[in-house]
Design a protein. Structure first.
Length: 108
């Protein structure tokens, strides 16, 4: 519990699209200050929803294919996948932990 998985273009299908539970994907980059600002909130959500929600991070600089495919043009972008499909999306670092809880609520 409490482990956020780093995924890549190569592992995205297996870790996210074929997951047996909903997945929150945090699209980020090392140079992105807002991404760093929400990281503790993403970690908190992962701990709160452990077992029910899988949380992964994808570095858009090292892995441009998946962000391009899912039209991620700004970061941070958070996508929630269920059964291989995007069911909710949030762009930006506003709203605090409750915004993240609301983002995933429909998928759980």
């Amino acid at each position: 519990m409490g482990d956020i998985i780093d995924v890549t273009d190569a592992t995205f299908e297996a870790e996210v699209l074929k997951s047996d539970r909903p997945v929150l994907v945090d699209f980020w980059a090392t140079w992105c200050a807002p991404c760093k600002a929400i990281a503790p909130l993403v970690q908190q959500l992962e701990l709160e929803k452990a077992g029910a929600l899988k949380v992964v991070k994808l570095d858009i600089q090292r892995n441009p294919g998946v962000p391009r495919k899912h039209k991620v043009t700004n970061i941070p972008t958070l996508l929630v996948f269920k059964n291989g499909e995007v069911v909710s999306r949030k762009v930006g670092a506003t709203g605090g932990i409750q915004a993240l809880r609301d983002l995933v609520a429909g998928a759980l």
